[in-house]
Each structure stands twice: as structure tokens, then as C-alpha cells.
Design a protein around this ligand. Structure first.
Ligand SMILES: [Zn+2]
Length: 144
């Protein structure tokens, strides 16, 4: 298992850092994003450390996408969003703070008139989003 000692996502995989996990299988894990500006986000990661999408081996790319689809389906059923963004960014210039490949699953609603930067522009104190975060933590356990 490829691991980077100071990587928070590797620590989550090892059970050494807390996370609200919603799905786990042999190769991947999905958990609620704890970044305060990212309410409602779920992150999907491979259990092994890969810096970004350019280093991800093919067999794990397929596994990550399969998990992303399963979790997105559960988000759709549980939260009934009007849209879902799947976002993936790479390295510092793409404004990533954790250099462990990850997919964002982001439920979206038409009445949220956000700025265009969905990754960092959300108002963290929006009550509906706090509710959405709570739902993500508590509801999404029935992933098929
Ligand atoms: Zn890592």
C-alpha cells in the first residue's frame, strides 16, 4: 500500500485521522469534506497515495469512478439536489491543499446563486448548507 506519512487523506485511510465516512471498499473510501467552505461536499479517494490524476494507475482510476458514481447516486436519492458537480483538480496551482488524488461530489441547487468558483466561494454560514452537511453525514449509508 503506497502511503505518504504527512498526508491527511492517507491518515484517514489508516484510521489515524477522523472522517465522516459514507462508503468504503477494498480500493476506495468516500467521506464528507471537512473544509469549512465546502459544505455538502463528499470526497472520493483511492486508499493508496497518488499525487494527482496524472499519476493514478488505470485500475484505480476505474475504481475511483465506480465509487464516485455509486456515491453520487446515493446523494441524488438522499438529498434530491437539482444538479451534481463532479470536480477534480490537480496540484497547488489548481488550488488544491491536499496532494492526494480526490474527486469532489457537490450537490447543487438552483436557488443557490453562488459566484462561479464552486470550490472555494461558498458562504460557509449558510443555514441550508449546514443542514446539507448534516444530511451528508447522517443519511448516506445505503450506497448500493
Ligand atoms: Zn495520501
Amino acid at each position: 500500500m503506497q502511503r505518504k506519512e504527512d498526508c491527511i487523506f492517507c491518515q484517514i485511510v489508516a484510521g489515524e485521522a477522523p472522517a465522516s465516512c459514507v462508503y468504503e471498499d477494498e480500493h476506495t473510501v468516500a467521506f464528507a469534506d471537512r473544509y469549512p467552505a465546502s459544505p455538502g461536499h463528499i470526497l472520493v479517494i483511492p486508499k493508496e497515495h497518488y499525487r494527482d490524476i496524472t499519476t493514478l494507475p488505470d485500475h484505480l482510476a476505474g475504481r475511483v469512478m465506480q465509487t464516485t458514481v455509486r456515491v453520487a447516486r446515493a446523494v441524488d436519492e438522499a438529498l434530491e439536489p437539482e444538479g451534481i458537480n463532479l470536480v477534480q483538480s490537480n496540484r497547488e496551482a489548481a488550488r488544491q491543499s491536499v496532494m492526494h488524488f480526490h474527486m469532489h461530489i457537490i450537490p447543487r441547487y438552483l436557488h443557490w446563486q453562488d459566484d462561479d468558483d464552486i470550490s472555494i466561494g461558498w458562504r460557509a454560514l449558510d443555514a441550508q448548507r449546514e443542514e446539507l452537511n448534516r444530511c451528508v453525514r447522517e443519511v448516506i449509508c445505503q450506497i448500493k
